[in-house]
Design a protein around this ligand. Structure first.
Ligand SMILES: [Zn+2]
Ligand SMILES: [Zn+2]
Length: 390
């Protein structure tokens, strides 16, 4: 049996890949060079099948096992963020205003690292799909991948992903049965009235009182709905606009944007309806037309208990510290689309208490985690795809 550890030459090659990806970041839907870099890198490991252009720039590499059996999928994300990097190290971002501030460069490298091990020793049975997914940060990538015929043909049975988590001790494996990360969606409200001369506001219809009312009501809505909500829920006003900076004009247009968030999809649906009803009644009172749009929809990530056990077993065998969290995380992950469609697990990997938080301009993926992530994933493969099963 091949040991779980990669040798120092292989680790050097992977670190180099991570730094190359870090220095050439691309934001959601534009991950062309990133996908090409991954494709070139994977050539040396001769996957059984390569599927390109999944849900945009996504790509998958299939490694067949010796006998037939279940298909395990491991997901990494291709996209970086529209954030200017403040780090000055050699592999810093060379793209102005763009950088890998969520560690997706590290996640990609871990999944690519599995190819080293799978090429050296194919699984005893089943097959492994290494998926590189576009546009995680906007909540669109997973949904597009899951709607793509080329992806559906791969028919995974179980799906796995991890996210590095600053604020937790390095290498800590963070798990939770069932709900792991929350659900959220962006609500975009447009209020349309009528402009008029600022000296005669009574001749127009200003959206200002309605916008102010909506903001106030939204801020109270979760408290007012406590008896109907099962779990933690939150509404955050993230943007508002009324009219133009023109002192002679009473405004005719208003916008209010809010992020709705909950642990459970049912609560989010309830909250969404409450928000729609609130906007409708206020707009009617004020004689305004209104439009409501939704964006960046992330369903809750719900872990399958057997898949969680498989990750915990791997962590046990590797002697890694573990943390089983009491509450789901408030942040969202578009991996929730995958756990809705398939049995799977998203787990956290501590990135160190001192690490800058995700999406901060000075964050960088801790490379010490590369071997840890690869070992956990590889352990899961060996556990679920070992021979002797029916
Ligand atoms: Zn992120
Ligand atoms: Zn992320």
């Amino acid at each position: 049996m091949r040991p779980l550890k990669l040798d120092s030459g292989e680790m050097d090659r992977l670190r180099q890949l991570r730094r190359t990806l870090h220095s050439r970041p691309e934001t959601a839907h534009r991950e062309f060079k990133t996908a090409e870099t991954i494709k070139q890198y994977m050539k040396a490991y001769r996957p059984s099948q390569v599927v390109e252009h999944i849900g945009g720039t996504g790509l998958a590499f299939v490694f067949d096992g010796i006998e037939s059996g279940p298909t395990l999928l491991f997901r990494a994300e291709l996209d970086a963020l529209p954030i200017t990097e403040t780090n000055t190290f050699q592999h810093r971002s060379t793209v102005p205003g763009t950088s890998h501030k969520c560690g997706h460069d590290g996640h990609m490298t871990m999944v690519a690292g599995l190819a080293h091990l799978l090429a050296a020793q194919p699984p005893q049975r089943g097959r492994v799909v290494l998926l590189f997914q576009p546009a995680e940060e906007t909540g669109e990538g997973a949904a597009r991948v899951l709607a793509d015929e080329n992806f559906l043909r791969l028919k995974p049975d179980y799906v796995f992903a991890l996210h590095n988590l600053p604020g937790y001790d390095l290498h800590t494996v963070i798990t939770r049965y069932r709900h792991f990360a929350g659900s959220s969606r962006g609500m975009m409200i447009t209020l349309k009235g009528k402009t008029s001369h600022a000296g005669e506001p009574e001749n127009g219809i200003s959206p200002a009182p309605a916008a102010a009312d909506i903001i106030k009501r939204f801020n109270r809505l979760v408290d007012d709905s406590q008896d109907r909500l099962k779990q933690f829920s939150l509404i955050t006003i993230i943007y508002a606009l009324i009219g133009e900076p023109a002192f002679g004009t009473s405004p005719g247009l208003g916008k209010v944007y809010a992020t709705l968030r909950a642990y459970e999809d049912d609560d989010l649906a309830f909250l969404s309806q409450q928000c729609v009803d609130t906007v409708k009644s206020i707009a009617q009172q004020e004689n305004l037309h209104y439009e409501i749009g939704w964006t960046e929809e992330f369903p809750a990530t719900v872990n399958d208990p057997d898949c969680v056990d498989s990750v915990r077993k791997a962590a046990d065998s590797l002697g890694l510290p573990q943390l089983h969290v009491e509450n789901p995380f408030r942040w969202t992950e578009d991996f929730g689309h995958f756990t809705h469609a398939y049995k799977g697990v998203l787990f956290g990997l501590g990135a160190g208490k001192q690490s800058p938080q995700l999406h901060n301009p000075d964050y960088d993926f801790p490379e010490e985690l590369l071997q840890t992530g690869i070992s956990i994933f590889h352990h899961v493969i060996r556990d679920l795809l070992k021979g002797g099963h029916s």
